[in-house]
Design a protein around this ligand. Sequence first.
Ligand code: UGA
Ligand code: MN
Length: 253
Amino acid sequence: PTIYAITPTYARWTQKADLTRLSQTLLHVKNFHWIVVEDADRKTLLVTKFLSNCGLKYTHLNAKTDQNFKLKDSDPNWLMPRGVAQRNTGLTWIRNNISPQTEGYLYFMDDDNTYDLQLFKEIRTTQLASAWPVGLSGGLKFEGPGFCKDGKVLSWYTAWKPERPFPIDMAGFAVNIKLLFQYKEAGFSNATPRGYLESHFLTGLHLTINDMEAKANQCTDILVWHTRTEKAKMKQEDKLIKLGKPSNPNIEV
Ligand code: UGA
Ligand code: MN
């Protein structure tokens, strides 16, 4: 069975660095299909070239975030949900391009998280749906499954909006791909309140906590971290541009 991973990505100075780091982790994973969805009107040359050289089995898609929901440079990052249109486009691609009989798993990967290779082994043991804690998430050391017993999640460990049906980061769960064909409407919405993207998707698949298989050593191992890449500072570059002396534009960063 294949792990289908959907990664939204958008243009910023650290994009190629983030994609490089992620792809070189993924090169160690067998039976893996990377669905990369650019937040753009058209596929960019940078990502197109990057993917053709990355050595992974991939599908390259694009879907631009609706302008009404697009973060401005000055906005705090939590103002709008991120990756909504891109993940939906990835889901549609799976529903239209793989047979409903295909055995596989679905996992959502931010382009800037940090993944332990053991995680992919855990994902492959998923029957219906599985969960594990995500490090550095939810304003905590980790967030996600709390008390687990006999491979089942019995409670959640979270501090923020604990009433959420699934108080868990996007990186903290995987599902059997067959659910996408069973529940064809399941997906993401820009109207989702802050912190509810994951809950909206998982409840759309008719899942509850009772369905969640506890991975990562009864959810006591941290195998993924919600790291976030610092924005690159371009103060000197901007000065040089004003002086008419920008860095060599032929060097892709
Ligand atoms: C957290 C979760 O880890 C995300 O999966 C979730 O989408 C997000 O919160 C949310 O609640 O919307 P965070 O690190 O804050 O993530 O978000 P980003 O990593 O900035 O964005 C998530 C993904 O969407 C990334 O792969 C990013 O490249 C992509 N993205 C972000 C876009 O495609 N377009 C954007 O304008 C911003
Ligand atoms: Mn992120």
